[in-house]
Ligand binder design. Structure first.
Ligand code: BG6
Length: 487
């Protein structure tokens, strides 16, 4: 059963941008249809363009039809949803242009106000300053910051300092949409509600962990943004780091936001900083070249708009070491890339091999147990165990079987990550959002690698679009006598 949330005005800065149309509007549309959004709550989209209310509604409709999954757009439901939509023309960097927003918000001064900054981080400070200048920040206000927050520790600090001049830390929601994915949240349920994993979850039983986020898509017209960031800043520093934290953290004392975040930040602070020699041995960066994706020839990264001389990585693979009691000697291998063979995101926990095999001399090969948490495209959790092949053969023959731990679907439609997170902001629940110290600890570790790459300590490798990435990534893990899960 859905429960109606508190009355609020959601203001989407960058309201006609790619993220707003692709993710935020569909999330709000579903929340509205599923009865989670209060009937009088409004969605105000800011844009610089002079556009009428009718044009805005027509545009939102077209975009919903484009970005909602097949069959999810419903004319009748849209008629109700559109009543909440409101366009506001303003220039993000010009405080004087916020007067229309001031008038609209002034109509309901007591409502919760959620400012979703779906813009380049360069505007975060200016938007918060303007909101404050117009006295639009109340104790019931919250601000949502989209990642990446900065390009490194210094720029991230500068942005946060600006935002925190106007908002309290408790009002700031730094979003990492991976934390809104259902299977990602399931990691906590799996770890902390099943006793059987408790004694296994450490260096005495786990050999290593692999975290992969592979995308088949390329940069999709986001050259301007992507070329400034690359795989490390766009994916590893945030999404993959958050996944690593959920696997590696100690049990929090409760599900309260700060209990969870306290444990995550301890992991981030335990990441072993890399020396120049480590960067050479434990990191790989690469760019895709022309290849084929889904049966179509696709151009190489450098054939994109204005990036012909780019030195930005579209793929990164890194061996991460965590210096603490639980994980000493257990490497975490992370990799993420665009234009890979297929979309595939997973976390694989590789357990150590059995101490001695009574089967080994009888022709049975025993594979190590693995826990495979698949995030996309399918969402599932499988524990790979050895089992006897039934039959009367003289030698006992074994095979690996999957124990599937999938929850029965109890809802018709699985909510998207942004729905969960948007609703959490509306409900004022910051558990799934990043606290300032988490963001900074992740940058501190990433900065050393980024600096090494900037100094060309290791060369930029290449991989053909539509493949599994550069051979250097295979070599990186092979150096430790291991291989990637899908090889
Ligand atoms: C975003 C990145 O944060 O995550 C994109 O900026 C990336 O480059 C996207 O494509 C991946 O998200 P998902 O949920 O499709 O894996």
């Amino acid at each position: 059963m859905s429960e109606l949330s508190n009355l609020c005005d959601v203001i989407i800065f960058g309201g006609h941008g790619d993220l707003a149309f692709r993710k935020l509007m569909p999330a709000l549309y579903h929340l509205c249809n599923d009865g989670y959004l209060n009937h009088s709550s409004r969605i105000l989209s800011t844009t610089r363009a002079s556009i009428t209310q009718e044009e805005h509604i027509a545009l939102v409709k077209v975009k919903l039809q484009e970005f909602l999954a097949l069959g999810q757009f419903d004319e009748t439901k849209f008629e109700t949803f559109k009543e909440r939509l409101q366009v506001v023309t303003l220039d993000l960097g010009k405080e004087e242009s916020y007067s229309e927003l001031n008038t609209l918000l002034g109509e309901h001064p007591d409502r919760d106000r959620i400012s979703y900054l779906s813009t380049s981080p360069d505007f975060f400070g200016a938007i918060c300053k303007a909101l404050s200048g117009w006295n639009l920040i109340t104790p019931q206000s919250r601000v949502v910051l989209e990642k990446p927050i900065g390009r490194d520790l210094d720029s991230s600090r500068a942005i946060n300092v600006e935002v925190l001049k106007y908002f309290e830390e408790s009002q700031v929601y730094r979003i990492d949409h991976y934390l809104g994915k259902d299977t990602v949240q399931n990691i906590m349920a799996l770890r902390f509600s099943n006793r059987i994993f408790m004694p296994l979850w450490d260096a005495s039983n786990i050999d290593h962990v692999q975290i992969t986020v592979a995308e088949a898509v390329g940069v999709e017209g986001r050259w301007g943004y992507y070329d400034d960031y690359g795989a490390m800043r766009d994916m590893i520093q945030n999404h993959l780091m958050q996944l690593l934290c959920l696997i590696a953290m100690e049990p929090p004392c409760s599900l309260e936001a700060d209990s969870v975040r306290d444990e995550k930040v301890k992991v981030l602070r335990s990441l072993r900083p890399m020396s120049a020699a480590d960067i050479q041995l434990k990191t790989v960066r690469a760019q895709y070249t022309k290849g084929s994706s889904n049966g179509e020839i696709v151009p190489g990264y450098k054939e994109g708009e204005g990036v012909e001389h780019s030195n930005t990585e579209t793929y990164a693979a890194i061996r991460v070491d965590i210096d603490n009691w639980r994980w000493n000697g257990v490497p975490f291998y992370l990799r993420s890339g665009k234009r890979m063979r297929s979309r595939n995101s997973e976390i694989v926990i590789h357990f150590k091999s059995i101490p001695y095999s009574i089967f080994a001399n009888k022709g049975s090969c025993i594979s190590e147990n693995k826990l495979v948490i698949s995030l996309q495209p399918k969402e599932s959790i499988e524990l790979k165990l050895m089992n006897k092949i039934p039959g009367l053969s003289e030698q006992m023959r074994l095979q690996q079987v999957d124990l599937e731990l999938n929850s029965p679907m109890n809802e018709e439609r699985k909510p998207e990550a942004y729905e969960r997170l948007m609703l959490d902001v509306i409900r004022s629940n910051p558990t799934l959002f990043m606290r300032l110290d988490e963001v900074e600890a992740a940058w501190k570790w990433a900065d050393i690698i980024l600096q090494g790459w900037h100094e060309n300590i290791i060369p930029m490798k290449s991989y053909q679009a539509g493949t599994d990435g550069p051979t250097a990534a295979v070599e990186l893990i092979a150096r430790d006598s291991r291989s990637w899960h899908d090889e």
